[in-house]
Design a protein around this ligand. Structure first.
Ligand code: UT7
Length: 343
């Protein structure tokens, strides 16, 4: 059985910076820089311009990851795309990305499978586990895994929505998962979900059990009430569960790999709230120098968070051959995951 390793990483964030003060001055939210920084650690985030979708951001990240892996686009055997902000209800962003990559064009067109993953902040780890399995089984040699989000279009950027809107930003990260006979790669991953909390963090938009599934006016135009249109969250319940689940799944991954937490060189946590990660760090005794954060600059980019962190860690030299890195995430569903990778 070949090992599955990450042969290339890339990320892309839109250039438009939106600071905490901009939320106040440009969008009229009643908030303060200090409230957001003290509660979450977020200082600014990026917003994509109108007309840009998750597959566009994903394309830029994917092209960089493909170049870093030293492969051609046509070497890809599969695309796995994790997002909670696809262009449309269906199809998913994976086929749009396939088209944008040019994989459907010309005599060398390669109609590889494109799988969409709907696991929110844990989406990248669900996608990574899927890609690793495809590679280890021998079904694929190179799998493109993308996490990308355009949150800014679907945030209630008003005082009513401030407790959710101030948290999220746009961005994309990508990795190539490739086969190798070398003794390295994605050693183990643990994924979990608890559907009892499915309604605690949602953006429902419609209810397919209802007729019509979106209330319509006399002209047949759908009308979505604010509580359906915008994401809703019980923040304190999410916070509490995030801390517990992330610590547990991290320890489970270490046990499955037969190592202690001390043997890990670098921890990359999902960036939902700096305070969640600091709490975990403190409880597990993880020193600051073993942890990287980017929530200050990007906010919560959901499925894009971990691949952006990975790509930044490679760029800065913190992640290099031989580094043992742990990835960990938690999000809507609730869903969670952890992976241990020998780089
Ligand atoms: O990736 C998905 C996972 N998501 C998470 O992990 C999020 C986890 N939860 C959290 O990070 C925290 O719950 C938040 C940072 C979202 C909120 O912090 P909190 O301490 O739980 O605040 P709260 O929601 O209980 O709100 C406290 C007060 C409220 O005002 P009142 O009702 O006490 O008058 C809010 O309206 O703070 C208010 N508030 C704000 N004030 C200024 C909420 N958001 C803001 C804001 N600026 N941006």
């Amino acid at each position: 059985m070949p090992n599955a390793y990450i042969s290339g990483t890339g990320f892309f964030v839109p250039p438009r910076r939106v600071t905490n003060d901009d939320l106040k001055t440009q969008y009229g939210l009643e908030t303060t820089h200090d409230w957001i920084v003290q509660r979450t650690g977020i200082e600014e985030r990026r917003y994509a311009d109108e007309g840009v979708g998750s597959a566009d951001l994903g394309l830029a990240a994917a092209e960089r990851a493909i170049a870093a892996a030293g492969i051609a686009k046509t070497d890809l055997d599969m695309i796995v795309f994790a997002t909670l902000s696809p262009e449309h209800s269906f199809p998913g962003s994976g086929v749009y990305l396939q088209q944008k990559l040019g994989l459907c064009d010309g005599p060398n067109a390669k109609f590889v499978p494109a799988l969409d993953v709907r696991n929110q902040c844990s989406g990248f780890l669900y996608a990574l586990g899927t890609a690793a399995s495809m590679v280890q089984s021998g079904a694929c040699k190179h799998v493109l895994v993308v996490g990308a989000e355009v949150h800014s279009a679907a945030l209630d950027l008003s005082t009513r929505g401030r407790s959710v809107a101030s948290l999220f930003g746009d961005g994309a990260g990508a990795v190539i998962v490739s086969a190798t006979d070398e003794d390295r790669g994605i050693r183990t991953w643990k994924l979990g979900a608890d559907g009892r909390f499915a309604d605690v963090l949602t953006q429902r938009i419609w209810d397919i059990r209802k007729r019509p599934f979106i209330p319509a006016n006399a002209e047949g135009v759908g009308q979505v009430a604010p509580e359906m249109m915008w994401a809703q969250m019980d923040g304190k319940l999410v916070f509490k569960n995030a801390v517990e689940r992330m610590m547990t799944v991290l320890m489970e991954a270490c046990m499955a790999h037969g190592i202690s937490g001390q043997e890990i060189d670098l921890f990359l946590f999902h960036q939902a709230n700096l305070r969640i990660n600091q709490f975990i760090q403190e409880r597990l005794g993880i020193p600051d120098e073993k942890v990287l954060h980017n929530i200050q600059r990007y906010g919560n980019t959901t499925a894009a968070t971990l691949p952006i962190l990975l790509a930044e860690a490679v760029e800065s030299g913190r992640l290099k051959r031989g580094t043992k890195v742990a990835l960990c995430s938690f999000g809507s569903g609730f869903t969670w995951g952890a992976a241990i990778v020998d780089w």
